[in-house]
Design a protein around this ligand. Structure first.
Ligand SMILES: NCc1[nH]cc(CCC(=O)O)c1CC(=O)O
Ligand SMILES: [Mg+2]
Length: 324
């Protein structure tokens, strides 16, 4: 038998394998989501996310400093809000004196070189636990945009770098772009949660923020996991409305969507390796059923290989520690 092509020749040593390696994940690609709580000296582990904590500002500053030293330079800050501060219209989301906006100002003041992103959606501040304004059991689209605009503006005023609309209302990227530009924030970027699916993988995040919907589900605004063409419609709209990055969320069960957007758009593509994907790996590793470190690296690699330029991941710090 004559084997002219023997692909195994390119696998025969670590040095050759390194030469022909096509995809690399580095800390440059990673964006680390962080959970913020009010108070001082607070560090509370998220039950369903081992090694992920909710930090008060003082300890979050220390965490960011440690991450920067490891080469993680981008962070997404999510506040956990006490029930007593939640209302129908998410008023606290744009109250400049509320703890999370004060915290963002301090974070940017201390670490101007870090890239700080914020989430734009009503759920953490809403007594209904929905991303949009609720009336008679329905999520109103255009009425929500006004609130999202105020929220994005209040966040931009703290000096942050990127706003991330995660609410899936139609037209919100364009609306937010207009509000930001009209107020002189032409330099604040928008990372749109473009193809965000109504997924079962968000539960640990909703535990972390205590932000689960109080009734129903999010299927009238988040996408149906069965749909693919619709992701192209969402991406086209976000591109036209001025998005700087297109995000796919979740990541692992949606690698085909990441690849689709990468092939069809020239904007940077972000993948959100969500809370449930993190929890799955951690749970199996704790049981000794999987090698957690190797699975972490393999899954991050798969997202990059599919076409993600940026990965939002709770593994960011751990990954950085391991490649250091
Ligand atoms: N709209 C808020 C928001 N922003 C990011 C996530 C999920 C992140 C994760 O699971 O890690 C969610 C939850 C949701 O839409 O219910
Ligand atoms: Mg959309």
């Amino acid at each position: 038998m004559l084997n002219i092509q023997r692909p195994r020749r390119n696998r025969k040593s670590a040095a050759i394998r390194a030469l022909v390696e096509e995809t690399k994940v580095t800390t440059d690609d990673l964006l680390f989501p962080l959970f913020l709580i009010d108070g001082v000296n607070q560090k509370v582990e998220v039950t369903s996310m081992p090694n992920i904590y909710r930090y008060s500002l003082d300890l979050m500053l220390k965490e960011i400093e440690a991450c920067l030293k490891l080469g993680v330079k981008a962070f997404d800050v999510f506040p956990a809000v006490e029930d007593s501060f939640k209302d129908k219209t998410a008023t606290k989301s744009y109250d400049a004196n509320f703890f999370y906006l004060r915290a963002l100002r301090e974070i940017k003041k201390q670490f101007p070189e870090a890239c700080i992103m914020t989430d734009v959606a009503m759920d953490p501040y809403s007594s209904d636990g929905h991303d949009g304004l609720v009336k008679d059991g329905k999520i109103l689209n255009d009425e929500t945009l006004e609130i999202l605009g105020k929220m994005a503006l209040a966040q931009a005023e703290t000096g942050i770098d990127i706003v991330g609309p995660s609410d899936m209302m139609d037209g919100r990227v364009g609306y937010i772009r207009e509000v930001l530009d009209a107020n002189g924030f032409t330099d604040v970027s928008i990372m749109s949660y473009t193809a965000k699916y109504a997924s079962a993988f968000y539960n640990p995040f909703r535990d972390a923020l205590d932000s689960a919907p109080k009734f129903g589900d999010k299927k009238t605004y988040q996408m149906n996991p069965a749909n693919k063409s619709e992701a192209l419609i969402e991406a086209e709209l976000d591109f036209m409305e001025g998005a700087d990055f297109l995000m796919v969320k979740p990541a692992l069960a949606y690698l085909d969507i990441i690849q689709l957007l990468k092939q069809n758009f020239n904007l940077p593509i972000a993948a959100y390796n969500v809370s449930g994907e993190y929890a799955m790996v951690k749970a199996a590793a704790q049981k000794g059923w999987l090698d957690g470190d190797r699975v972490m690296k393999e899954t991050l690699l798969s997202m990059k290989r599919a076409g993600a330029d940026i990965i939002l991941t709770y593994f960011a710090k751990e990954f950085a520690q391991q490649v250091k």
